[in-house]
Design a protein around this ligand. Sequence first.
Ligand code: ZN
Length: 369
Amino acid sequence: MRRLKLLFIILLAVIVSCTNKEENKSETKSSDSATAFEFGVWTTANAKKSNEDYAKEFEKYKNAGIDEVLINTNTDPVLLNRIVPIAKEKGLKVHAWIMTMNRPGDSIALQHPEWYAVSKEGNSCYDTRPYVDYYQWLCPTREASRNHILGLIEGLAKVDGIESVHLDYIRYSDIFLPIGLLPKYNLKQETEMPEFDFCYCDVCIAEFEKLHHKNPLESENTSIDMEWKQFRLNRVRDIVNDAYEIVHKHDKKLTAAVFPYPEMADHMVRQRWDKWTIDEVYPMIYHGFYNEEIDWIGFATKQGVEDVKGTGIGINTGIFIPPFKSRQELEDAIMLAKNNGAKGITFFDGSALNPEHITVIRRAKDSFK
Ligand SMILES: [Zn+2]
């Protein structure tokens, strides 16, 4: 009897160890596919372009080794619906890119002047635009402007075949512009300037007062008022988290184009993306905007990867093609993104990719196989 029992235990041990092996095998397999490094491009669509021309554009990306396209249709689900099958036919994944808080020329929003963000000076983006005319930011706190934005997100999420709704301009207007862009606007920004500081509309002030019993307009120095800063970070976060629920209801993912790494995003545009409920982010690590060198792409990628550790948020390094000076620089950027923990790299934008860039990307893609 004892011998039988021993045999039974041995048999059980053998079975358990076999099952473990099976589990290990499937773990290895899934981690292999999770580490496949993906290449993407941002691109802007327009309704006048023919299906044949889209097919040619997507063919160019596919031949370059690109896996996914992030398409700005100017929030047009009909146009998106027309393009998705063409891209998928070429084997590309599609993300629906939306300009979220900055909504230039939004015909519905323009009927509601009160939806627009108001500067510390008291001017509304409805008619007084910071920096450029296309900066037409909506207030993230008002119920009506939030619902409008979330409705647009849902409209895109309903389109069959897309991977994600991809939020861009999911932040406040820049309180500090990237240093490399300042000369273009003939600006010096050493402190938070009231004409670039948002949103001080009646609803934002009232909601903040309810929570903190003080009015930011009476603050001696709003740039060191942490509650006011946190309030604004949370308003953007709330829109992202609500969008997450909506797009997942339609079995899609939520992704976003964000500033280079969380603390930099917080400092420049009041965007704290490591605290969001989101599937993946595409930090725009545009070295040329910040007068940085190529190795900074590795630094910023790593910073973001470390900051989202344990959250499940995937990082795709975004790079801006025009400032690259050589093939070597582009090759280095791809390796820096990969070696610092990004799950992919995305180029801005598709039309900037010339045959030389395509050769570099194709070669990198093949070398990762
Ligand atoms: Zn407001």
